[in-house]
Design a binder for this molecule. Sequence first.
Ligand code: FEO
Ligand code: CA
Ligand code: CA
Ligand code: CA
Length: 663
Amino acid sequence: MTATPVRRLLPLLPTHPGGRSAQTCHFRCGDQCAQPVPNTSGNRYFGDVLAEGISRRSVVRAGALGAAVVGLASWGQATPAAARPTHAGSHGFTAIDPVPSTVDAVTVPEGYRWEPVASWGDPVLPGAPAFDFDAQTPEAQRQQFGYNCDYVAVLGAGNAAGAKAVMVVNHEYTNDNLMFRDYTDAAGLSIEQLEIIMAAHGMSVVEVRRQGARRAWRVDPAGRRNRRIHTHTELRLDGPAAGSEHLRTSADPTGTVVLGTLNNCAGGTTPWGTVLSGEENFHQYFNATGAADPDGRLRRYGITGGGRGWERADSRFLVAEEPNEVNRHGWIVEVDPEDPTSAPVKHTALGRFKHEGATVALAADGRAVAYMGDDERYDYLYKFVSAQSMRRGNSAAARRHNLQLLAEGDLYVARFTGDGFEDGVYDGTGEWLPLVLDGRSQVPGFTVAEVLVWTRLAADTVGATKMDRPEDVEPNPANGRVYAALTNNTRRTPGEIDEANPRANNRFGHVIEIDPDGGDHASRTFGWNIVLVCGDPEDPTTYYAGFDKSDVSPISCPDNVAFDREGNLWISTDGQPGTLGYNDGLFMMPVDGDQRGNLQQFLAVPVGAETCGPVIDPTGLSVLVAVQHPGEVTGASPDTVVSQFPYLGDGQPRPGVIHVVPQ
Ligand code: FEO
Ligand code: CA
Ligand code: CA
Ligand code: CA
């Protein structure tokens, strides 16, 4: 990198705590960041533990990497390159300068260009109408690409002319105020508009083709596997809580079939070729007015408000009327993109919370290990270990077996213990505390079904570490370590800091590197260290794994992580405009070798957007990202447009997925 970073050219935009615009908070998380923290459990902070004089450091950093290795040619699950050396300065691109937060452009490095792959409203199903901003209908939206894209998976890689793959995309939430010219507030939405909004949530599966390494993926609107999953789609519940009294409703007395998946944020691609999707801020779609909450179960999940008006279109969103419907959301969903007729599955064995996503690695014995974050201030990191091992191969029997893997297994929550800061590094040891083991609850007073449906309350009782908003938690296929993005937590007070969350008023977030003991993802113990403390590099509280900070990029609010074939960590951000005054972006940081900590910015998304779903081409030549909520700036509306991304001439911002390719 040669250019000097542009620093703080602009006044910071007005934001809610944590760096998002007020509109992001309203439409995405139902203003949760302006609400009281729902975790009022007595779990101790490590400051308390340290004060008691506990200081341990006994971890042997294991070097065995083999357990993480999986061999599918999938972009979502990078294939490791064995023993590939890390070359000094080998980022493969020249970093861009930080981009001021008013710029309405996608900024990519010299030698690259970008193209839209799929945008809100693009036809997904055969016969779907072309997008028309001023003539939206629920029927059209159910056949078209959904709104705000987050997780992106591409299964089936290839650069050759005619290469074919299937792309799976989450649609997390909608910016209702940017979708309709006559928007006033939730109460003013017509039933038809509510149906359009509901149809724009969920997921899209689209076949894509490309014509060579310098060409972008293009959607094939006639693809056999194309499908839309939305609030009218039937999904199946499986695992120990399925069918339990907590999940039965008047429309579904079996407690096993649910309509729709909500607020699908990040996700993961499994080694057996399916896609996992996290239901995150599901609370906001439910109107809890008048609902009884004697045990604080609703409050612990933030289900307290008036909702987004959906109960006017469908009474199941009124908690007082249908109290168990809300229990059927907040799960990890598995989609088999190969079979467009299959019902996606909500896996109750993986617990219910505000799931950022889930990423799977294989344990030494082939069991599936899913790492998961609960994205709320002071909430927890979780891990699921399947009871059975994955079967290799693509036979029908192997596929059937693997599609059951996430139905049964053990669930854990993380406790981090620091070792003091004398060595200049925040690090220590950790433990996975069992919530469910061998089909039995490990939490006194909770049945297995109760642990899984009210996982937050169960975890509150076992001494889990309260984290600074866990986002992506993802194993690095190249080195076997696991990387957890803690995006920010401005509520943390000096009295609440611990070594795993070492900064009070943590506006900029940090990234923890977890090293499973014995190199085995099934291990109950681990070593950890903070590999990145984000912010302006000139801020003395920032830390780039010890790398010289004079030439690294500023970064704030890490959200999604991904890895390239060499194991370099790629981080996308959500919240730079309000914290650094820069557009959100995508960054690359080597985590091994002499470049460890040399973080460089690869791209920036347009004004108002966050960067999501990074997918790194296994060949190392190209990158896909989701541009979520472009133009989401206070005061913006369809008649006061702030972003016109992806600049297709229709004058309105259209969230979507882009492919950055070499020129
Ligand atoms: Fe949807 Fe945790 O971001
Ligand atoms: Ca230390
Ligand atoms: Ca996220
Ligand atoms: Ca990820």
